[in-house]
Design a protein around this ligand. Structure first.
Ligand code: UFG
Length: 330
């Protein structure tokens, strides 16, 4: 039976696909290629292009191959964009997942690894953030992910669909092979933007606010390497298989870096000057997001490898140098 990777042509999904294939899993990928890249999908897996909001499409996929478990990465995931267009986020993220769950239910698929986000916590009261922290999202993106998390609890109770909810902090870096990496259009994430400024693809970094309640006034985030994140998905799947239970895990590195600290680290890694300018705050941005991932380490046996910010930036820099224009498949 196969693992269905929904959104497997995207940044995180494509790294999880690699790791599944490395473990000789049978992998089926679906992606609407709105933000994903066909070139990120390896030839060894079966690929279907389509949208999760299209239930007939989903049924065809589930009919084509027996599916044992689903990893669900397909979502819109930009905080700023979600503030401007919440309907887009509710439609794709919430309605899309609803369609996926209905199809899982009718085909008797009862295992789901779900990509959630630190954005469910809003502006947390306690740092580092544990899974027990109160959830009160401050943007529609986080709100849509929390809505699905709540839905999953009811689906477990009613239909026996077990889930692993993985709340990602700030994902960065690229596969060590340099073959797959981060390619968004437009790019809005801090590390790729800084690296684009380092190689002259853009003039400068705009620092969104330097008046936050943090030591240097810029926002603090917890950066996790995409390969470590993908590893956690494999461990979560193994736990689902062995124990048939549902859990929520935070996935971050446990250390926070401010925007200015990331900029300095990027200057060290690239050995280039990188221009930066202070700009107004970006709506929806909390001041500090920093994880406690103790639960994932203890219960999943998760052991991140790329724990230094320099190693994360280095792998992203390698990818950008190998693929300065990204996948070029649009
Ligand atoms: N930032 C800048 N300038 C830029 C881009 C970003 O100053 O040009 C700042 C942001 O204001 C923020 C920090 O850098 O303070 C990180 O911003 P990103 O856009 O890289 O990431 P976010 O923290 O907004 O969001 C990311 C994911 C979300 C996820 C969140 C969880 O995109 O899906 O991490 O921590 F929810």
């Amino acid at each position: 039976m196969a693992v269905l990777v929904v959104g497997g042509a995207g940044y995180v999904g494509s790294h999880a696909v690699r790791q599944l294939l490395d473990r000789n899993e049978e992998v089926v990928v679906i992606d609407n290629l709105e933000t994903g890249h066909i070139k990120a999908v390896p030839g060894e897996c079966t690929f279907f292009q389509g949208d999760i909001r299209d239930t007939l499409f989903l049924e065809k996929v589930f009919e084509s191959t027996p599916i044992e478990a689903v990893m669900h990465f397909a979502a819109n995931s930009l905080v700023g964009e979600s503030m401007k267009d919440p309907l887009k986020y509710y439609d794709n993220n919430v309605f899309g997942t609803l369609c996926l769950l209905k199809t899982m239910k009718s085909f008797g698929v009862d295992k789901l690894v779900f990509s959630s986000t630190a954005a469910v916590y809003g502006e947390p009261e306690n740092i580092p953030i544990a899974e027990t922290e109160i959830t009160k999202p401050e943007n529609p993106y986080g709100e849509t992910k929390l809505a699905i998390e709540k839905l999953l609890r009811w689906c477990e109770q009613a239909y026996g669909i077990h889930f692993m909810i993985l709340r990602y902090f700030n994902v960065a870096g690229a596969h060590p092979s340099g073959e797959i990496g981060e390619d968004h259009f437009p790019e809005t994430h801090l590390i790729p933007i800084i690296l684009e400024a380092a190689c002259g693809k853009r003039d400068k970094l705009l620092i969104y606010g330097d008046d936050y309640h943090t030591p240097d006034g810029t926002c603090i985030r917890d950066y996790i390497h995409v390969v470590d994140l993908a590893d956690a998905h494999i461990l979560a799947l193994e736990k689902l298989r062995k124990e048939n239970i549902s859990r929520i895990y935070n996935l971050g590195n446990g250390s926070g870096f401010s925007v200015r600290e990331i900029l300095d680290a990027a200057k060290e890694v690239t050995k280039r000057e990188i221009a930066a300018e202070i700009a107004p705050r970006r709506p929806g941005d909390p001041a500090i997001l920093q994880a406690s991932s103790l639960k994932a380490k203890v219960e999943l046996g998760w052991c991140p490898v790329y724990t230094s910010i320099h190693s994360i930036i280095e792998s992203a820099w390698k990818w950008l140098q190998l693929f300065p224009e990204g996948y070029q498949d649009r």
